[in-house]
Write a protein that binds this ligand. Structure first.
Ligand SMILES: [Zn+2]
Length: 238
């Protein structure tokens, strides 16, 4: 199941489970429409407070099946130390050249987690490098049509567009639930009181409802772009 290139849409996630949290509804929706969609996890999540890297990789494979992905890979870059360095950017650019996605998704820049912030700049730079014929990157040049950004810990401001995921919210939550070490059976160090104590599944449902009311539906996901998306059919696409 998990192979192929020429993807319609590819989500780069700093850690396994980030893509499901922010984009699971869109991925499930596109996969059901027959689109070729995938996730590339930049790290194995080995610095995560809950669970361990091997468990998270297994959970990621299970979530990929639930969502109907064509591709789920992990670049195994160093967790906690993502940076838009030449070396890391080259690896991400090679991945883009190999999978040839039309649309690439990355985290929003404004995020308190340094890996999320770095992933934004890493993917943005790699998308540019991927299309430069003379860049020192393995593979044939490939031009990503559009970069789209998704929210993780912060989502200030007005989204560029909303996606109705009302029929796909339960699939998204089922994919998130595959990460039992993170969301279901989370074991936390004594005295740990930050975000990890929150119920992520409930938060995902609440976010979907919040953006859903903005979209005039029951559940939606929010996305940001550098420039407003062009609407092809003003009547049909409203
Ligand atoms: Zn993360």
């Amino acid at each position: 199941m998990l192979n192929g290139n020429n993807l319609d849409l590819l989500v780069f996630a700093p850690h396994p489970d980030d893509a499901e949290i922010a984009t699971g509804g869109l991925l499930a929706k596109l996969a059901r429409q027959g689109r070729r969609v995938g996730i590339v996890d930049l790290t194995r999540g080995s610095w995560g407070t809950k669970g361990d890297a091997d468990t998270r990789v297994r959970e990621a494979a299970a979530a990929a099946k639930v969502l109907g992905l064509c591709v789920r890979e992990c670049l195994a870059l160093p967790d906690g130390r993502l940076e838009p360095t030449m070396q890391q950017r080259r690896l991400v650019a090679e991945c883009i050249r190999r999978l040839r996605p039309r649309i690439v998704l990355a985290p929003l820049e404004d995020d308190p987690h340094p890996d999320h912030h770095a992933a934004h700049h890493l993917v943005r730079g790699a998308s540019l490098w991927a299309r430069l014929p003379k860049a020192e990157v393995v593979g044939e040049p490939w031009s990503v049509r559009r970069l789209v950004f998704y929210p993780l810990h912060r989502s200030d401001g007005r989204p560029s567009f909303l996606v109705d995921i009302n029929e796909h919210l339960e699939t998204k939550l089922a994919a998130m639930a595959c990460f039992a070490s993170q969301f279901i059976d989370a074991v936390l160090p004594e005295g740990y009181t930050y975000l990890a104590t929150s119920d992520y599944l409930a938060r995902a449902r609440a976010n979907a409802a919040y953006y859903g009311q903005m979209a005039g539906t029951l559940a939606a996901e929010a996305y940001w772009t550098d420039t407003p998306p062009v609407v092809g059919d003003v009547i049909e696409e409203q």
